[in-house]
Write a protein that binds this ligand. Sequence first.
Ligand SMILES: [Zn+2]
Ligand SMILES: [Zn+2]
Length: 746
Amino acid sequence: MNGFSKVASVILFSGFGKELTYIVPDSLADKLLVGSLVKVPLRGTMADGIVCDIKDYNSSDYSGFKLKNVYSVVGECPVLTKELFDLAKWIASYYACTVQQAVEAMLPAVVKSGKEVQRNLEIRLSENVKQSDIDALKNRAKNQYKICEYLSKNKFPILKAALCKSLNVSLSSVDALIEKNIVCQRDTELLKFAFDDDISQNEVVAAKDLPLNEQQQNALNDICAQLAQNKFKTHLLYGVTGSGKTEVYIRAMRSVLENGGSCIFMVPEISLTPQTVGRLRSKLNLSASELVVWHSNLSDGQRLQAWKSMINGSAKVAVGARSCVFAPMQNLKLIIVDEEHDTAYKQENMPRYNARDLAVYRASLNGALALLGSATPSLETLYNVQNAKYSISKMTSRVDDRAMPKIMLVDMKREKPNAIFSNILRDKVLARLDCKEQVILFLNRRGYSKLFQCPDCGYVATCPKCSVSLTWHRKEDYVMCHMCGHKEKAPQKCPNCGSLKAKWKSFGTQKVEEYISQTFPQAKVARIDADTMKKRDEYRRIFGEFRKGNIDMLVGTQMISKGLDFPKVTLVGILNADISLNMEDFRANERTYQLIVQVSGRAGRGTGGGEVIVQTMNPDAPPIQYARKDNLEDFLKEELENRMRFSYPPAKRLIRHIFRSRNPDKLAFYCEHFAKKAELELGSSVLMRGPAPAPIEKIQEYYRWHLWYFCTNVRSTVEKIMRVRNSFTFDKDIEDVLDVDPYSTI
Ligand SMILES: [Zn+2]
Ligand SMILES: [Zn+2]
């Protein structure tokens, strides 16, 4: 033997793009495992990487190659599991990225760095220490005596390292005292981890189990029956807003825990729902290291510790947002994706994955159950139910037989032109404020909109080929489809009613605020108006104040539609339902339906009952009508027909190819050229639309174009596109990226 018998495949973090093979020296054989971080020699320097595979060495496989040794193993134990490498490979082939990019998306930077958990150890005198024990140290162990003397004067625990430094004593002196039970220590990093969130400490956590109603019990029985089969399955829990889905999730998790399995529980906005974590810990009776929270506000220490407790199997439940789908749980049996329709599950940077879809794939790798929940499931998911790929449980009534909110439509064509509030909404708000009840006003500003809409009849120009709204280019006075590039002169009068006033005006949060402060001067109003990460803490504060009743009225955009529970809200107003209806997006109808149902769901969650006013120019539009009746079935039927007719998902899968450059002429030229090449390679099985300028034609200095592929098999299409792309000579000024199953069309 030549001192080794195994070789390791290593993914380097330096962007090398492919796996390299290294010899595992016998001295490292025990420590080096799949998922271990390693240092390896590369071109005369040391590079960091991770072991993704270990094989027996067979000299004939490598004849002519001179393999080098792995230099060292970093850290105590592996940081990724075999299963997550399999997931990474799938991500790479599906979302058109490298395995390295997928692995790096999974691994938090602090874990990748190979750091170990820094223990923040606090010490204090033990409670039953006798003074005589301390005195006995005086002559025999001076340093130990010094420590005790100091601690007896200080009531509060002190950091071990800080104490050693200030008294100039060694750690071993402290450890000797701990050994003798004179001093005790505790890990404060662990404590921090327990109270993952400042708010959950103060919030009263309801620990008592609420009894399940019949529908909840039936749903739970369905889910437990699936779990008992112990094999991969995807199940949809369709439950109207307020139907008590969380109670069902909790009991399903309990059943998994009882059988020794672990769970991942994903929510779209973990940082906005701190009460979830406290409630889960107490109901599942799990400690901080057994139920870990995974979100973007964790400190490096917390993140590292959470990761370690998941990978070593001590964590049984991981709760978090999108990236929680990568939680390295052991014996994973259940992945819950709450509000599965939410666009927050889609990552908009490379790799552009959808965490809901990854959850389903990951469940398949583990023989686990993927449980998707929503009051407004996505069309893709419903389609899979229709085709019996997914099973379903339905909960159609609210808990405690609370009534669904009453939804009333107001035709804004009959109000004053460009009115922000209808008379009826104004009167209702006044009445609620008088009774000291709370109001939510939703202002729709989703995406981007320069529509060509008639103020008299509500007509909106759409593309004949793509069935999406046309964008009005005011300066040049033409309308354009940003999916296929179709362009025509803006109509001078409304093609529907002949009105000459065809002009569309929007109003922003500021105007709404002005109106509110003039019309309801006595109300305490708070505003939530941008979906930015920076303001999370401010959102949480406002939501907290609102829940306590210190704010009367909440005015906001997207963020307030996300599953929040405010029991004292009895009126919800949707100021402009039309904007999501008339987007240059094939999902416009679906978004409108989801938005109205979800926002309405914020009303009447307490005992007071609830009412919803929807202001619209198109009260007859099907998604608005179906949402008013909460009629998912008929909405689905009609919308699926639309999607089939124009080959949109779920009829076909979509891939969006985005190109950008500072030079608009070059960009147009290369896009056209690339599209022709791609058409030849892809053949007739893949439908293409575009290239066309993206709806947002310029971001910062960059012009943007896009190209759409409609296909049935994503992976083979991605492979073909990449082949064309790799043989195509782009100008160096042009960048491109593929977005598979895109949510964004702008
Ligand atoms: Zn008209
Ligand atoms: Zn078009």
